[in-house]
Ligand binder design. Sequence first.
Ligand code: PA5
Length: 446
Amino acid sequence: MSVTLYTSYAKGFLRSHELAALQPQVTAAHELLHSGNGLGNDFLGWVDLPVNYDKEEFARIEAAAARIRRDTDVFVVIGIGGSYLGARAVIEFLKSPNYNLLVKEAPQVVFAGNSISADAMNDVLALCEGKRVSVNVISKSGTTTEPAIAFRVFRDYLEKTVGKEEARRRIYVTTDRARGTLKELSDREGYETFVVPDDVGGRFSVLTAVGLLPVAVAGCDIAALMAGAAAAREAYTDPAIEVNDCYRYAAARHAMLRRGRAVELMVSYEPRYALMSEWWKQLYGESEGKDGKGLFPASVIFSTDLHSLGQFVQDGSNILFETVMQFDTPPSDLTIREEEENGDGLNFLAGKTMAEINRKAFEGTVLAHADGDTPSLVLQLPKMDEYNLGYLIYFFEKACAVSGYMLGVNPFDQPGVEAYKRNMFALLGKPGYESEREALEKRLGR
Ligand code: PA5
């Protein structure tokens, strides 16, 4: 097993009979998922994706990535939500949050179209100045406003700087197999396209072309990522929570919610994990937060945030529990050297590595938080590499689906995301939204 769940720092909150009492619900959720009879069952493509993926397309992704690595300085990835977070999270976890500053022989990978900020867009345009640029626009629906605006801007930029013909060669589109504005545009213009499968929702799509193309461009081993996910798929088929840590995690967070701990705080002591937490927040927030139910997913990086939010976690309102990511082997280490004068008084750390010190920070914190009535679940991973990350991604996806079914919600829809869009379109005067416009303007006092 690649991911191990420890519950010993949450003892008072997870008495063994409490977890055991949830087994029937876990088993029912497992059966709903595997029989395909649950809510949202037309979005279960992710379950077998690690083995059933399109091998011909996978080869095309690898070939396109190799080409982009040769002919591109800045690779602009346009997308939002599930069409953005996974790729960025994987790259930052496997390479570094400073990837673009450190990379020498490969393209920088920058992200656009994940907000409506002109300033953010202008920054990316400035980064492209004088560089060889390629663009990957990712949108399952092909109509999402943020990436659509960004694609219009970057298509125009490419056509003006390298001409229409070369721009066509430098645009890669990831979208629906057959439908949507983006697909129609791609067919018309002759862009190379990759597919977001019909039965895989945005937040479950990181192991499709949505995540794989940008991740491969950054030089990550996407075959190892898929192999890790395939191993997790094999590992989590038994519904019994005493042997299935994925389901035990789902049960444990459910038990926390029942005890009134409605906020799950994802913690990592590695800044590389920050974007993975963002990906996890979307996965769980969008899957569970509906029908007036669900845990609120939040995240911190320790020890950084121990100096800001630590006070609340230790001593504030008792609304949260922590899920702490631990990695046996960080990607690199550094030893503190002895200093004769010891002017800073740090010689008690001499000879120790920063990984050891970070481990002690974790141990000290988890015990202090337990004393402050904040329980922690701990998820341990042996290494921060592609295989283990693929495994972890599948672990979270499956635990999320089972958690959603345990709550009695449809884990695969997102009806609440539409409300702001309708208002925004009405206020912007999009054709078809005329009737809403007047009422909204009135509410805004105009
Ligand atoms: O998980 C989801 O469904 C959303 O986050 C979508 O991925 C996001 O809204 C982007 O949608 P699209 O890929 O259709 O542009």
